[in-house]
Design a protein around this ligand. Structure first.
Ligand code: GDP
Ligand code: MG
Length: 455
């Protein structure tokens, strides 16, 4: 691609040229000066690999004496850039910069950043850097100031990032505005969560819901963005080539949404029937709920010795997985593991995952599992409670259980358990589960009489 423009005066590449060079990732820019229409001097400017004192290099020469092997020069330069970025090119995961822009106090932004990083890792992103930007006022167009955003984009390209992940949800117009400034992928926290859901959805039901939520989220955010080339070209004459495709994409997505909604209502029916059958056999259901990464799947696994997906990633479970447990005295219960709760779960996602959470309506007892070793555990408990309230499930009988007690001292565990009237366990250590199992039995069978009378 060649990008030609003229300067009115004889001059070296100026600041805007350099900004273009960096933002558009040109190989190089050359200014050719002329003397009465004949070329006189040439000034070549190119980027330097990341981490050097200077960001660019200027070579000047008489136009006619210039000897310059462009291809070889650029190839060498690119090789050096790759070497310095130390990027494993065989690793085709996306490389992300995480960004948080907010007026909130710094410590809150840092907490949220921790969480965003966990989410990013769950989604198989390689996190190259985290940028926290405290601002007095949110820039409505770009979220952060235009200058800052440009700096950020340049940095992202310097270190070889492929995607920018914003902790704040971006409006369709912000996605578009930022997208117009860079070729990097730009997503927000909701999209990240949707992506995790998409990767973890196993059942037909789960898959349909996730795709539906993704499409609904995407629809207003389609930008019809082409390549850098088409954008430059599009700038000259009206509508870019992206516009037409955009309309087609929109129509296709709407059709797909319609199709999925139909499928979902059929699946709903099947689920109702399953539910009814389970009610008929009247086995009590105990659901393990809690923040992502609390150890829910590990606990279910430990309780049933069944093979449930256990991984040190958030959202390792999407679909509710149920296991049937039998006690020696012929008592049975169904225990279910649920998708992790998350702070500030975006509205769109709450409704998209209602079915997953709907199952909780059947539960006779909730086990609210909390990772006691997470410094944020109190916030986590709060957000779980809030979501339960939203789903009108907060009056269900519940046991608060602190997990990962192996990570804290005995005294600390005791103090916290007393404060919350809770049971402490380590899902990795089966013998710590005995008090919990006793409590479950008590709640389901011993207290039942009292419970019924009260009703
Ligand atoms: P979920 O998202 O709530 O289902 O959490 P997982 O069951 O996938 O567990 C998340 C991580 O915590 C995994 O790496 C588990 O091995 C780890 N984990 C679970 N229970 C314990 C525990 O009692 N102690 C410790 N140290 N780690 C645990
Ligand atoms: Mg899990």
């Amino acid at each position: 691609m060649r990008y030609v423009h003229t300067h009115l005066h004889k001059e070296l590449p100026d600041r805007e040229d350099i900004a273009d060079l960096r933002l558009l990732r040109f190989d190089l820019l050359a200014v050719i000066t002329h003397d009465k229409g004949l070329p006189e001097e040439i000034h070549i400017v190119h980027l330097l690999p990341f981490g050097k004192d200077k960001q660019f290099e200027l070579l000047s020469s008489k136009f006619h004496t210039l000897k310059f092997n462009f291809k070889e020069f650029i190839r060498n330069l690119e090789e050096e850039m790759d070497r310095i970025r130390a990027i494993d090119t065989s690793d085709n995961r996306e490389r992300a910069i995480l960004i948080s822009v907010s007026t909130a106090p710094k410590y809150i932004l840092e907490e949220h950043m921790e969480e965003l990083e966990e989410l990013a890792k769950s989604s198989d992103l390689v996190v190259l850097d985290r940028v926290i930007q405290r601002v007095k006022e949110i820039n409505p167009k770009y979220l952060l100031g235009e200058g800052k955003l440009k700096e950020l984009i340049i940095k992202a390209m310097d270190i070889g990032a492929t995607i920018l992940v914003f902790d704040q949800d971006l409006t369709p117009s912000q996605i578009r505005a930022i997208g117009e400034m860079t070729e990097l992928k730009v997503i927000d926290r909701s999209q990240l969560i949707l992506d995790i859901f998409a990767k973890r959805a196993h059942s037909r039901d789960g898959k349909v819901q996730v795709e539906l939520a993704q499409l609904c989220y995407m629809l207003p955010r389609l930008t019809g963005k082409g390549t850098a080339m088409s954008r430059l070209a599009g700038g000259i004459g009206g509508r870019g080539p992206g516009e037409m495709k955009l309309e087609i994409d929109r129509r296709r997505i709407k059709e797909r949404i319609h199709h999925l909604e139909n499928e979902l209502s059929k699946l709903n029916l099947a689920r109702q029937q399953r539910k009814k059958r389970r009610k008929e056999i009247s086995i009590p259901v105990v659901s393990i709920i809690g923040y992502t990464n609390a150890g829910k799947s590990t606990l279910l696994n430990a309780l049933t010795k069944s093979e449930v997906f256990v991984e040190d990633k958030m959202f390792a479970t999407l679909d509710t997985s149920s296991r049937r447990l039998k006690f020696p005295e012929e008592r049975e219960l169904i225990i279910t593991d649920t998708v992790g709760f998350i702070r500030d779960l975006p509205e769109d996602l709450v409704s998209a995952f209602k079915t997953t959470l709907e199952e909780l309506e059947d539960a006779s007892l909730l086990i609210h599992l909390v990772d006691i070793s997470n410094p944020q555990f109190e916030n986590h408990m709060e957000s779980v409670k809030n979501i339960l309230k939203e789903l009108n499930l907060h009056r269900k009988p519940m046991i608060v259980v602190f997990n990962k007690i192996d990570k804290l001292s005995y005294q600390e565990v005791e103090k916290i358990c007393n404060r919350y009237d809770a049971i402490g366990i380590s899902a990795l250590d089966k013998k710590t589960l005995i008090p919990l199992i006793e409590e479950i039995k008590n709640r389901l069978w011993e207290e039942k009489v009292i419970y019924n009378v009260e009703l």
